[in-house]
Design a protein around this ligand. Sequence first.
Ligand code: C2O
Ligand code: CU
Length: 497
Amino acid sequence: RYPAPALTRRAFLASTAASAAGAMLPLLPTSPATAATRDVSLRPAAGRLRLVTPGETAAWLYNGAAPGPEIRLRQGERLRVTVDNALAEETTVHWHGLRLPNAMDGVPHLTQKPIGAGERFVYEFDAIDAGTFWYHPHQKSSEQVGRGLYGPLIVEEPEPLRVDRDVTWMLGDWRLTKSGEISEDFGNRHDIHHNGRVGNTVTINGRVPDGFAVRKGERIRLRLINAANARIFSLDFAGHEPIVIALDGQPVTPHAPEKGLVVLGPAMRVDLILDMTGTAGIRAAVTDRFYEGLEYKLVDLVYDGTPVRERAPDWPLALPANPLPEPDLEAASRNEVVFSGGMMGEMVAEEMGETMGGETMEPGAPGGRMSHAHSMTAGMMAMMNSGAAWFINGVAADESGHDMKPMLSLERNRSHVIAMTNATAWHHPIHLHGHSFRVISRNGQATRHREWRDTVLLSPREKVEIAFVADNPGDWMFHCHVLEHQTGGMMAVFRVA
Ligand code: C2O
Ligand code: CU
């Protein structure tokens, strides 16, 4: 009854053969971008998944797999995705990081009616920006993503960067029970009030891999996508020197990451150039060092086969810029946003109260109007008395997303600075829909790369300023991508009109 998956077995075999060196880690099925409109079918449904060997896990899958098919198209092409919802509940698909028309953004009750069980919805939009993106439901995100609904979306540059291999690693994080099933404790209060649903099993492309075969001297473009609900990665590539060339799909001046560690909060992407400079025959562990004392080995790079070359090639590293409008900081309107809540929030709120001169944002005040309203204290009270855990300018959104009123109104085609204060004791990856923004400062210091992002990780108590031209009309979500924080109220709507 449902259309067959758009990616053929032939395309899958072709892509697998082309990268036989990576055979130990399954590559995502890929079809080359050719036509001007790419037609893809996605069928979310319950199924079973081989995460670890042996054994299978009941999960929710796109086209029978997690991640779902890697959608690949060329910049400037049009994508048409027919979604047939074979789940027993409503869903939507959000195209994370893509600048597209509001009606295609996949936010239930805000940009569309949710897709009911057995219903179909067709998404169609142009790929304006080249880069590494992804898709996932925006309906009950914590549970639907946490059960396996996510997939990569790659928009190729017209002239691909010269590398030996272009590889996607979609990182997943699962909370499995001893018998290997997905733990059913979605939306529990502890996760919501602390650092979210951090799991116990990290997968790359839906599998706990034995190893990733590499050859000495080869150059890999590694596209990392963090599809975890809550886990933050700080990846150590074991003596290799990764060069960051894009963040959240947007090109950045090629640079070595701080301390050599590649940091990705939930939803973030990093494109790396990885020169395989190790010695033939060695195994080198890629390790997550974000959680102190809880180092987690993701995979071994396994040097195998004959060397490709003796030293790293001297090919260009810089990607061509995407057509993003440059914000005018002089003329920009300024908006203040304060995040509060979570456990230990009260203490932090007091501290922040001092540094902010006792002033807090008036809930929902447009244009960053300051007031002496005691919104954080009120927020704390509200938290004690209800399920709400997290607040943006003193307001906790209802998790259903029904009847959300815009918190900020941003004048269309004007430059805007959003000055964000994290008045909590926790990390938050903050995501804005429909736009990419420049990260211009952290704690008052100008950032080195003024990077474009769609999701920015705020450390506890950190202040971050972002700037962008609000050129995409509509009501756009602005939320924390720790999906349990989103459930706990940490989302708002920005209206661009
Ligand atoms: Cu990745 Cu509002 O989403
Ligand atoms: Cu958060």
